[in-house]
Design a binder for this molecule. Structure first.
Ligand code: NAG
Ligand code: NAG
Ligand code: NAG
Ligand code: NAG
Length: 437
């Protein structure tokens, strides 16, 4: 990180006043994170700098996470770490669910009371102490990196008792960056409040485990390559917000209704080579228990489909493959695999039937091409890069990382919509072609 220009932003959520930013002559419009797929866990990993003195922290991306959380065990040290006191405004902002002892330097301090909220990883959840500390992130100036921005009081959560929460995230990964909708302290929303820019961000995940993709936070343009603004010509669909019951243990043991931070959208149908699949419409709609419907998640590496939907998609896909392409035994976790000898490859990836994910109208759809629908699993074998949902319940469709790679996907929270670019391969570029490294 460039050390020359650090602009200090004095910001305090408890004092959101016009004087808050007056010490700064620099107000970034757009920030960015670099993000790279971990080859062993297939999680998307980014890095921020936090604490005093600043340390780099590797964190996994969690689109539907309420906030940033960082594992505070194992030698956590920071002279600027401040737990949020129970009943403070920070506790409210961070959707506190309970109160408990404060945590500092690997010890619990019964002398003070701090508030806790829910933190989760792809498989489980627990609670973490709500706190704030210094955090830095780089800004964008046009299509090149700008100066680093320093936020003195960035709110995050510290799960102190469960180091296991970082399991399955990747080597040396210390937490997750939650980009969830609705939560006032989710990663992009907190920056939007601090720097007074619009609540939006966009992810551009690279298919490579060697080259970084990029996450833009704040205003577009979102330049991929020097002159190509990937935020133009997006296909938009509304974000659905579902309410959920959350149990709170402080100040009273009660159940409250809060918006789910997850990104749900309505997929009305799926077409393969232009043919609409006979999918169960009930399954495609999200119900009041957050069952069914479609969710977008970077926690799952490959799009998960409810078993009856997987069957229909797989059969239709096989039907539309060229006749000379033969099926071969499945390779875990995939069920539908092919001998790749007779599969053509172009600049759009494998020559595969085109999949359209159809949104609110027949004419509004996201297209998945061969580079996102087929995956090479070993020499001579490629598989349909979709998997069957293992859990009995859940979404009918969970759009996963592989299908989003080399597409720009914009999450426009102020206008309550998600935009899909379609594969950047159509534009002769890809997510790793940015100039922000
Ligand atoms: C925690 O560590 C910091 C830095 O080492 C030190 O200044 C601070 O007093 C410690 N806090 C407690 C409660 O021991
Ligand atoms: C942005 O880039 C321009 C041109 O390179 C430069 O003049 C300007 O100072 C930069 N702004 C910041 C905030 O670094
Ligand atoms: C953490 O993981 C270890 C190893 O997988 C396991 O033995 C232990 O029980 C786990 N602890 C908790 C609190 O889940
Ligand atoms: C569609 O799915 C719903 C929910 O699982 C189920 O109750 C219903 O029987 C299904 N309809 C058909 C025609 O299979």
């Amino acid at each position: 990180m460039s050390s020359t220009k650090y602009y200090i932003f004095l910001f305090n959520f408890l004092l959101i006043t016009s004087t808050t930013l007056s010490k700064s002559n620099f107000q970034p419009k757009t920030l960015f994170l670099l993000v790279k797929k971990d080859p062993s866990t297939l999680q998307y990993i980014t890095q921020i700098h936090q604490r005093t003195p600043l340390v780099p922290l590797k964190l996994a991306l969690n689109l539907g996470g309420e906030s940033l959380w960082v594992d505070c065990q194992n030698g956590h040290k920071s002279s600027t770490y401040k737990p949020a006191r129970c009943e403070s405004a920070q506790c409210d902002l961070a959707w506190s669910t309970s109160c408990g002892n404060c945590y500092e330097n690997d010890t619990f301090l019964p002398i003070c009371n701090s508030c806790y909220n829910v933190v989760s990883n792809p498989v489980t959840s627990t609670i973490g102490e709500i706190a704030d500390d210094v955090l830095t992130i780089q800004s964008i100036n046009g299509s090149i990196p700008g100066p680093a921005a320093i936020v003195p009081n960035f709110i995050f959560s510290c799960p102190p008792t469960t180091s296991n929460l970082t399991q399955n995230l990747g080597k040396n990964v210390k937490g997750m960056v939650g980009f969830g909708q609705q939560s006032p302290v989710s990663f992009a929303t907190q920056f939007a409040s601090i720097f007074k820019f619009s609540r939006q961000f966009a992810i551009c995940l690279s298919s490579s485990t060697k080259r970084n993709g990029v996450i833009f936070i704040g205003h577009s343009p979102y330049f991929i390559s020097l002159a190509f603004d990937a935020s133009r010509d997006l296909i938009y669909t509304p974000i659905i917000t579902q309410q959920r019951f959350v149990t709170i243990t402080y100040p009273h043991y009660i159940s409250v209704i809060r918006p789910s931070p997850e990104y749900y959208i309505q997929v009305n149908s799926v077409r393969i080579n232009g043919k609409t699949l006979p999918l169960n419409k009930t399954l495609l709609s999200l119900d009041e228990n957050e069952e069914g419907g479609t969710r977008i998640s970077t926690n799952v590496p490959y799009t998960e489909l409810e078993p009856s939907i997987y069957d229909i998609v797989s059969k239709a896909f096989i039907n539309e493959m060229p006749k000379e392409v033969t099926k071969v035994p499945s390779v875990q976790p995939f069920k539908t695999c092919f001998d790749s000898t007779y599969i053509g490859v172009s600049r759009l990836g494998y020559d595969a039937p085109e999949i359209n994910i159809v949104f609110q109208k027949q004419s509004v759809y996201w297209t998945i091409i061969g580079s996102n629908s087929l995956v090479k699993v070993k020499e001579g074998v490629i598989c349909l890069a979709f998997v069957e949902r293992k859990e009995a319940r859940g979404q009918a469709i969970v759009v996963g990382g592989y299908q989003m790679q080399d597409n720009l996907i914009e999450f426009d929270l102020s206008r309550r919509r998600i935009g899909f670019s379609n594969s950047l391969f159509y534009r002769q570029t890809m997510c790793a072609n940015h100039n922000y490294a």
